[in-house]
Design a protein around this ligand. Structure first.
Ligand code: ZN
Length: 372
């Protein structure tokens, strides 16, 4: 079968490789499922791995098959698989509990304290930019046919779902928390999914990005789902509270770390700030009003939490939000799927879009590997 691979830590090594098709029997205990990949999303993580920034090949290989945002159809199941049958649609989770930390041992590998990760398409395990993959049924989430067209958005949404679950778990410290307003910093792919997930929870949502709203499709999508959009080119998040009030929840996914200090000053009493950007650079920031921020967090019982990766339950919550969004705002999620690449062999096109996403106005670029 065909797959898209890179040589990790080597710049622009992306290429098509030919591999043996995996087998159900590759997975022990009769729990294997062979999945035909239908669609696979491409994102900044794939771009950064192809840039040589990170990524690790599996043991015994000098290349890594890319791809973590997946959607497929069950082709064959092992003898002990009860919950899936051929023809079912599935999305696979990404991180596997192969580490040595207590969190890996209890199946909470998204909270691993190891810094060696086992993630399909990212680190030590081949990904989903292939025609087939085999996986244990334990790591597959069943997808209702009604959301098949948009289910390739589930993996990025799972990151959002985990962040929001962390926020609500932490807020159980309050006997009553009835959040009303939220700000989402960054309205790219993950930001728009956050706007959606918060709208599904009934929040008044305010999206923020660098771009001017005129002709900006992401801003249009905010409006179409009942959220506002403002450009931070002219105003800070803290200044926006004069218009919208302080926010009960802020979700940060811009990749621009200085903005978190602005966000910290924009939280309501008892509010929570969720940080979801991975900022691997060395940026430093000064002019932080540290007395004010500290005072606000102490006297206002504010909280801040970082979040990464996702557990199976977060994928399952995402399935429900995708279905609810389709029911409430039919077609909205499909508008996020801006760039379809037909066939794995056209990876050059996909990475050109990823490398120039502003030029292409891309929200989500994905491969159609086979027809739904
Ligand atoms: Zn991704």
């Amino acid at each position: 079968m065909k797959a898209i691979a890179v040589t990790p830590k080597q710049t622009n090594s992306i290429r098509l490789v030919e591999m043996d098709t995996p087998k159900v029997s590759d997975v022990p205990d009769g729990l294997g499922v062979l999945v035909e990949v239908l669609r696979v999303g491409a994102c900044g993580t794939d771009r950064e791995i192809n840039n040589g920034e990170y990524g690790v090949a599996p043991d015994g290989f000098d290349f890594l098959v890319l791809g973590h945002e997946n959607f497929g159809r069950v082709a064959e199941v092992g003898a002990n698989v009860r919950d899936l049958k051929p023809g079912d649609y599935v999305v696979a989770t990404v991180r596997r509990p192969r580490g040595s930390s207590i969190y890996d041992k209890i199946g909470e590998q998204d909270f691993t304290t190891d810094n060696v990760y086992f993630e399909r398409g990212i680190s030590r395990l081949h990904g989903y930019m292939a025609e087939f993959y085999a996986e244990s049924t334990n790591f597959l989430v069943k997808i209702p046919p009604a959301i098949a067209e948009i289910a390739v958005l589930l993996e990025p949404l799972s990151i959002v779902e985990k962040g929001l679950k962390q926020a609500s778990d932490i807020q159980e410290r309050l006997k009553i928390w009835q959040p009303k307003t939220a700000a989402v910093l960054g309205v790219g792919n993950v930001g728009l999914l956050t706007v959606m997930a918060l709208r599904m929870r009934g929040y008044e949502v305010h999206g923020f990005g660098l771009d001017k709203p005129e002709g900006f499709m992401n801003a249009e999508l905010c409006h179409a789902i009942g959220a506002t959009y403002d450009s931070t080119a002219g105003t800070s998040i803290a200044a926006s509270t004069e218009k919208y009030g302080q926010y009960d929840l802020i979700f940060e996914c811009t990749g621009y770390s200085p903005i978190i200090f602005d966000a910290m000053q924009s939280l309501n009493e008892n509010g929570i700030l969720v940080l979801a950007s991975v900022t691997g650079g060395t940026r430093k920031t000064d002019q932080v009003p540290s007395d004010l921020i500290n005072q606000m967090f102490v006297l206002g019982n504010r909280a801040m939490v970082g979040t990464v990766n996702a557990a199976r339950e977060n994928f399952e919550a995402g399935v429900k939000d995708l279905a609810l969004c389709e029911a409430m705002y039919a077609g909205w999620l499909r508008r996020m799927l801006t760039h379809k690449i037909e066939g794995l062999e056209n990876y050059g096109q996909a990475f050109d879009i990823l490398n120039n996403s502003a030029k292409y106005k891309a929200i989500k670029t994905y491969f159609e590997v086979a027809k739904i």
